[in-house]
Design a protein around this ligand. Structure first.
Ligand SMILES: C[S@@+](CC[C@H](N)C(=O)[O-])C[C@H]1O[C@@H](n2cnc3c(N)ncnc32)[C@H](O)[C@@H]1O
Length: 297
C-alpha cells in the first residue's frame, strides 16, 4: 500500500507537551503524525481534520491496521472531521486544545493518484481538488480566469518574472479560444511551447493547486482562528512547504509575540536534517514554526 512519510516527525514530537489532553491535527493525511502524537500523549484525545474524504478513509484504514497489529487503541481516541481546518473554531466550540499541528500542503498520494490531476506525469483530467465536492477545479480555473488573474498567479505563487508570467497567461488565454484545456497533458503542452521544462511545469501546477484549493486563504483564516482554540501554556506547530506560506506564519507569529500573550518557541524556522531530505524529498522545503500561548485573556 502506498504511504506518505511524515515530515520532521521527531521535531514535531519534541514540541508536544506529553500531558496534553486535547490535540488537534489539522491535516490528517495518512495519519502518521496523529498516530505518533497519540502514542506519546497517552491520555490525549485528538480531533483530526482532512478536507479530502479519500485521504481520511485511507488514514482510518491505516490506523485500524496499526491498532490490530500492535494491539493499541489509537483509533478510539480520534474524532475524525471531514472538513476544512479553517473552520476549527466551529468544530471545537468551547473546547480548547493543548497542542495544534498543521502540516500544510499535499500528501504524496495526491501526486501518485495520477487520475486526480495533481501531477505533471501521465494524462488525467485537470482536477486538483482536495475537496471533490467543490465546484472549482483546475480546468474551470484555466477556462475562466482572465489573463491578468493568471499572470498574478504565476508571478506571485510560482515566482516567475512579470514578463514570463504574462507570456504564459496570454498563451493560455489564446489557446483556450481554439480548444478547451481539460487534461494535464493539454496544460503541459502549452507550458512546453513556452519553453518550460518539467521543473518549471511542476511549479506552475503547484501554483494552480494552491489557488484551486484556496490554500493561502485557509491558512490566513486559521492564523486568526487557532488563537480562540488554544489553551494557555500550550502550543501551535505549523509545517510549511512554500515561501509564501512560511512568510504568512512568520509574520502572524511575530505579531503575536509582540503582545504579552504569546511567545515564540522557535525563534527561527526549523528545517529538516539533510539525512531526512535524502530519504524523503518531500521534506526538502519544509519549515517548522511553533508558538506558545501564555494566557487565555
Ligand atoms: C502534508 S499532508 C498531511 C500528512 C500527515 N501529517 C501525515 O502524517 O500523514 C496534508 C493533508 O492536508 C489535507 N488538507 C489540505 N488542505 C486542507 C484543509 N483546508 N483542511 C483540512 N485538510 C486539508 C490534504 O488533503 C492532505 O491530506
Amino acid at each position: 500500500m502506498l504511504v506518505h512519510t511524515p515530515v520532521m516527525l521527531q521535531e514535531v514530537l519534541s514540541f508536544l507537551p506529553p500531558d496534553s489532553k486535547l490535540i488537534v491535527d489539522c491535516t490528517l493525511g495518512h495519519g502518521w503524525h496523529t498516530a505518533a502524537l497519540l502514542t506519546l500523549a497517552q491520555n490525549a484525545h485528538l480531533i483530526a481534520f482532512d478536507i479530502d474524504e479519500l485521504m481520511m478513509n485511507k488514514a482510518k484504514l491505516l490506523i485500524e491496521i496499526r491498532d490490530n497489529e500492535q494491539g493499541t487503541n489509537i483509533g478510539t481516541r480520534i474524532e475524525y472531521v471531514r472538513g476544512n481546518y479553517a473552520d476549527i473554531v466551529f468544530v471545537l466550540h468551547d473546547r480548547k486544545a493543548d497542542f495544534i499541528l498543521n502540516d500544510l500542503g499535499v500528501n504524496l498520494e495526491h501526486f501518485k493518484a495520477v487520475e486526480r490531476g495533481f501531477s505533471i506525469r501521465g494524462i488525467a483530467p485537470l482536477d486538483m481538488r482536495f475537496d471533490t465536492t467543490q465546484a472549482k477545479s483546475a480546468a474551470t480555473l484555466l477556462a475562466t480566469y482572465s489573463s491578468d488573474q493568471l499572470r498574478h498567479l504565476f508571478e506571485h505563487y510560482a515566482d516567475f518574472s512579470s514578463a514570463k508570467a504574462l507570456e504564459l497567461a496570454q498563451h493560455i488565454v489564446t489557446t483556450r479560444k481554439q480548444k478547451p484545456i481539460i487534461t494535464t497533458q493539454d496544460l503541459k503542452l502549452i507550458l512546453n511551447t513556452c519553453w518550460l521544462g518539467d521543473k518549471a511545469c511542476t511549479v506552475i501546477f503547484q501554483s494552480i493547486r494552491i489557488e484551486v484549493n484556496g490554500e493561502l486563504d485557509n491558512l490566513q483564516k486559521f492564523l486568526w482562528a487557532f488563537l480562540e482554540c488554544l489553551n494557555s501554556d500550550w502550543r501551535c506547530c505549523i509545517i510549511t512547504y512554500h515561501s509564501i506560506e512560511d512568510r504568512f506564519v512568520k509574520q502572524a507569529f511575530n505579531a503575536l509575540a509582540n503582545t504579552w500573550k504569546y511567545k515564540l518557541v522557535t525563534k527561527k524556522a526549523i528545517k529538516p536534517h539533510y539525512k531526512e531530505v535524502v530519504l524523503n524529498r518531500a521534506a526538502r522545503s519544509a519549515k517548522i514554526r511553533v508558538i506558545e500561548k501564555l494566557t487565555n485573556n
